[in-house]
Design a protein around this ligand. Structure first.
Ligand code: BGC
Length: 746
């Protein structure tokens, strides 16, 4: 400790002295002259600048591309399983940068840390269904503290793409189809991770909307639509979470790779949003040296997967030949250092690790998240909550005797005891279907006092025979999604629809529990009285499902995306070009770019598309039932100190305590206007009979259209309509308000 302190002291002095001697020193606040440069009170920019000046060319370049696979690095042995490792610079007291996946918990790539008991949080989609940014932050703290305790200091988390493609393979890693909800939840989960002195990314910037052919799919979209939807989600997430890094997507946007898009990186992110952190590519998705560097990409991640070490020797040559300014290299390195200082990574590395984590407490957070995001979709005749003294409950399907399913790919967390079955074989990961070890069957058994039995459901006729005599049947149905592959359609895979139909036919007291990575169709819905959407509920998912079924928890989750009746209602009923799907995944075939026309819906993603087309979905965005009932009254919208605030009264008119999520949608009628957009939401917990006045700030960019010529959001002078409701489908309260013309930011 003393030695460390002495070293740090000596370091401070060295840096201070050499800065004092530097011919072009940064504009330092004179009051800082007598302070040590290592001190956290000095701005991250100045500290970064001071270090950049000390670094050799080799040290700088060693930070810009990851040329070796991590497992072969001897120094990686203390942090096995990392996704990337960049050398420390001991003489400057700069630790190694050790990057790891991801947002749903600390992954254990290749099982290199046997027995690692990292908490598997529920999917980001479930987190979206909580509509609870504060809870997202709490979940982020769990991920951040577990990552730091394992020696990682950059977490590749913060999925903030909008779910434009409901069949998207990574929908479970994203939050929602709405920019405000996505931005707030992703931003708070990043803030939670970074509160533990780690960097978190947001990713995958931007419009990485589908997995099939992701390296050759071009998301084509006009700038207004991009700014008002996909980019707005990132903009809010970045404002809220202040991520130290942004990861670009594999995809192209308007014909240009996201990793070398001057528009996305230089113009939008760095210039318009003033982003000061570093931009890394996704693994193996850098395509050039000069173009990428000059478009703003700062780090070539997973360079060993690229055809060339673009940011290694070729970049050094480009600098030597004057094709890339040397100052740009300093800018790249400075951005990395700035984020490492701003998040406290460097200061924390100089203190002894004091991060004792508490796995049982973290499991409780995972459970709380799951219990807050499970959505009750149907409850005819108040079949739920179940009474503990049902004589015989039959549980069927989806390996409910073993655990709960999770999504596949780089985000996959595999706690000990997980059931691991063959999944897909794409890109060297996502090869397994992992069931987190929280068995719904065991959890139901501990809630029930009667007999609880199980059949696996593979034999439909045998299951139906057993179901006939049960008091209640709970059918579990699963839909596995994975990185690098989209879902083939929105139907539950295999014979599960047939199974549910057969069970509901013989037993009218049938409950369906869905574990899905996105929306699914429900051809059996009229026959089934109760449906619970449990998503991928994580480490304590089984208990969360059981406590919801038996009413220990009153469901409060809301759909973060629309459930269509069928694919025919989608902007693209069939998904992309079959040739594209066949060639996925892999490096792009020359000239093999496939255009995805997202201008069909433009900024009207998800529920906005349904409103624009006048379509009635199976379940609306924002929808979710409770075991109690709520009433909304007295909507007002007013300007207070420059902010626009919506207020309304929420009353619990039912018989149980519960949590409501009132939502405010704003629309501008007329040809230049827009369909309702979620502009504010809140969660309020109420006792039976209790009323509360809730005030919700309206996000001004949602009142605006993006004016490309002027490069900003503009609110037109007009009468706007404000709807308050329980979902996107129905306005319970409505008022209109005239707003004067105003600009609402970049
Ligand atoms: C994924 C990223 C991930 C990276 C490193 C890529 O395949 O798209 O989300 O962070 O791998 O594991």
């Amino acid at each position: 400790m003393d030695r460390l302190k002495r070293r740090a002291g000596a370091m401070s002095l060295t840096i201070f002295l050499s800065l004092a001697a530097a011919p072009t020193r940064p504009q330092a606040d004179p009051s800082l002259e007598h302070r040590p440069w290592q001190g956290p009170e000095v701005s991250p920019d100045l500290r970064a600048e001071s270090i950049v000046r000390q670094m050799t060319e080799d040290e700088k370049f060693s930070w810009l591309s990851q040329l070796l696979p991590v497992p072969s690095l001897p120094s990686a042995s203390s942090q096995p399983g990392a996704a990337a490792y960049y050398q420390p610079i001991p003489r400057l007291n700069i630790p190694a940068r050790i990057e790891n996946d991801a947002g749903l918990g600390v992954t254990n790539r290749g099982d290199t840390r046997p027995g690692d008991d990292a908490t598997a949080l529920p999917s980001s989609l479930l987190l979206g269904a909580t509509f609870d940014p504060a809870l997202a932050r709490e979940a982020g703290v769990v991920v951040g503290s577990e990552a730091r305790a394992r020696g990682f200091n950059v977490q590749l988390a913060g999925g903030a793409d909008l779910i434009r493609e409901p069949r998207g393979g990574r929908s479970f890693e994203y939050v929602s189809e709405d920019p405000l909800l996505t931005g707030l939840i992703a931003g708070q989960s990043v803030a939670g991770i970074q509160s533990q002195h780690l960097v978190s990314t947001v990713k995958h910037f931007a419009v990485n909307a589908q997995e099939n052919g992701r390296v050759m799919a071009s998301s084509d979209l006009r700038e207004e639509a991009l700014r008002e939807a996909d980019l707005l989600a990132f903009e809010i997430a970045i404002e809220v979470g202040q991520p130290g890094s942004v990861m670009t997507g594999y995809n192209l946007v308007n014909g240009e790779y996201a990793s070398e898009s001057d528009f996305l990186i230089n113009r939008v992110l760095k210039r318009d949003w003033g982003y000061a952190g570093w931009v890394m590519s996704d693994w193996g998705s850098t395509h050039s040296t000069e173009k990428a560097v000059l478009s703003g990409l700062d780090v070539q991640s997973g360079a060993m997967l690229d055809p060339a070490p673009y940011f290694g020797r070729p970049l050094q040559d480009a600098v030597a030949a004057g094709r890339v300014p040397r100052a740009r290299i300093d800018d790249m390195v400075r951005r990395i250092l700035r984020s490492l200082f701003a998040t406290g990574v460097i200061d924390a590395a100089q203190k002894p690790a004091s991060n004792a984590v508490d796995p049982p407490a973290h499991r409780l957070v995972a459970r709380k998240v799951a219990e807050s995001g499970i959505v009750l979709l149907k409850n005819a005749g108040d079949l739920l909550p179940l009474s503990p003294d049902a004589r015989h409950i039959l549980v069927i399907g989806a390996h409910a005797d073993m655990g709960v399913i999770s999504g596949g790919g780089s985000s996959s967390v595999t706690p000990p005891g997980s059931l691991r079955l063959p999944g897909s074989n794409l890109m060297g990961f996502g090869t397994e279907k992992v069931y987190h070890p929280s068995s719904p069957l065991s959890a139901i058994r501990s809630e029930a006092s009667g007999v609880v039995s199980y059949v696996d459901g593979t034999d439909v006729a045998a299951a139906a025979q057993r179901a006939h005599d049960a008091d209640v049947v709970i059918v579990f149905a699963e839909e596995w999604r994975t990185e690098a592959l989209d879902a083939a359609g929105l139907a539950l895979p295999g014979h599960q629809n047939e199974l549910i139909e057969a069970i509901a036919t013989v037993n009218p007291r049938t409950i369906v529990v869905l574990e899905t990575g996105g929306p699914v169709t429900m051809p059996w819905l009229d026959k089934v009285p109760a449906v619970l959407e449990a998503w991928y509920p994580g480490s304590a998912g089984g208990e969360a499902i059981a406590s919801t079924l038996f009413g220990k928890v009153n469901p409060a989750g809301r759909l973060p995306l629309t459930f269509p009746m069928d694919e025919g209602q989608l902007p693209r009923p069939t998904q992309s070009d079959p040739a594209l799907m066949a060639s996925s995944p892999g490096r792009p075939i020359k000239g093999g770019i496939v255009r995805i026309p997202y201008d069909v819906e433009g900024s009207d993603v998800g529920y906005r598309w349904f409103a624009r087309q006048g379509l009635n979905p199976l379940f609306h965005f924002g929808f979710g039932l409770s075991y109690t009932r709520f009433a909304l009254s007295d909507l007002s919208v007013e300007r207070r100190e420059g902010a626009l605030l919506a207020s309304l009264t929420v009353t619990n008119v039912g018989k149980q305590p519960g949590t409501d999520t009132p939502q405010i949608y704003v629309s501008l009628p007329g040809p230049a206007g827009f369909v309702p957009r979620l502009a504010a939401f809140g969660r309020v917990r109420l006792e039976p009979g209790e009323s509360r006045r809730v005030t919700l700030p309206i996000e001004s960019r949602l009142l605006a259209r993006y004016d490309v010529a002027r490069g900003l959001f503009h609110i037109a002078a007009a009468d706007y309509v404000f709807d308050a409701g329980e979902d996107a489908g129905e306005a319970i309260l409505r008022m209109s308000l005239h707003l004067d013309a105003a600009d609402a930011g970049k």
